[in-house]
Design a protein around this ligand. Structure first.
Ligand code: PLP
Length: 324
């Protein structure tokens, strides 16, 4: 995989979420703005190696935004035609970024039976595949090149940085990051406990579906690549708690993070009492917060979708953090 553009070495040390020594792995400074650049390189490299991309191929993918941006970037660089199917939860910035890289954007509007948009996005893709034989679906939810990206890069980079880790907190969307990290740590560092984090309303861990507004984590359809074996614990965090954590991080520590980072930080906080002062804790921050100024960081947006708890301060913690 071409990793020259990928920054694997930025961590922010955070105190105040748990008693242990906690580090956030910052992925948002990759040029595509998120961890998904690695997934994009991996799935495109894989299709190329299998000889599946022909001169008239139109690549197509369903994305809540970040993979769409990353794929648009990689497809622009390699001269591939790309269509991205997104939904109303995708930020306006992400939609415009995808278009700026020259890709086509389709926005679905109807929620699926689980209250999300994933099945509607997939139905849209399946209709196009049936109508046009030159469309090729990347399918991040069922594509083993997705977890492989994180087995080969994210997990290895974390293990390289920390000789010992007690807890690794990983958010679950397609579960590509989670599956890749879990496999790597099971094989190479079985003492590390991998904690999977998802949003309330997502069905991946067997909980009932409900409406979600923040893109990144969660799904309304079980990802084919998900395999629960080897995960130490699974946590469900409300979007309201994730918003509180994002705002706390921005205002107390000067780091504007995306919603999935807020979810993972809230999970570390909730797990807090199980973590000892001597424990090393790493949590993955998939993207930064600029793309969420009109949502997570907008009082109006939050008030119109969540109860007043979402705007309350995150429970008081010690203020003390630094960039490693
Ligand atoms: C911001 C953000 N966080 C988390 C994730 C989840 O990552 P994964 O799909 O590897 O589970 C995504 C996936 O798109 C994302 O965009």
């Amino acid at each position: 995989m071409n990793t020259t553009l990928i920054n694997e070495d930025l961590y922010k040390k955070v105190t105040g979420l748990c008693a242990g020594q906690m580090y956030l792995k910052i992925e948002g400074l990759n040029p595509a703005g998120s961890i998904k650049l690695k997934t994009a390189y991996s799935v495109i490299d894989d299709l190329e190696q299998q000889g599946k991309i022909k001169p008239n191929t139109k690549l197509i993918e369903s994305s809540s935004g970040n993979l769409g941006v990353a794929l648009s970037m990689v497809c622009a660089e390699r001269g591939y035609n790309f269509t991205c199917v997104v939904d109303p939860n995708t930020s306006d910035t992400n939609r415009r970024l995808i278009a700026a890289y020259g890709a086509d954007v389709i926005v679905v509007q109807e929620r699926d039976d689980n209250g999300g948009y994933l099945q509607t996005r997939i139905n849209t893709i399946q209709k196009l595949l049936a109508e046009h034989s030159n469309y090729l679906w990347i399918n991040q939810y069922g594509n083993q090149a997705n977890p492989r990206a994180h087995y080969c890069t994210t997990a290895r980079a974390i293990a390289r940085q920390f000789p010992h880790i007690d807890y690794l907190f990983v958010g679950a969307g397609t579960t590509g990051t989670l599956m890749g990290c879990k496999k790597y740590f099971m094989e190479h560092r079985p003492e590390t406990k991998v904690i999977a984090v998802d949003s309330v309303g997502s069905i991946t861990f067997g909980f009932p579906p409900s409406t979600r507004y923040i893109p990144g984590l969660g799904t309304s359809r079980l990802p084919e690549i998900f395999e629960p074996f080897g995960i130490h614990d699974k946590m469900m965090i409300s979007e309201s708690k994730a918003i509180q954590a994002c705002r706390w991080m921005a205002q107390k520590y000067g780091l504007l993070t995306g919603g999935s980072t807020g979810t993972v930080m809230a999970a570390v906080h909730q797990y807090g009492e199980l973590i000892k002062p001597s424990d090393i804790v790493v949590a993955i921050s998939p993207d930064l917060g600029e793309r969420y100024l009109d949502t997570i960081y907008s009082d109006e947006w939050v008030k119109s979708r969540f109860d007043s708890n979402a705007l309350l301060p995150f429970p008081e913690m010690t203020k003390n953090s630094e960039v490693a």
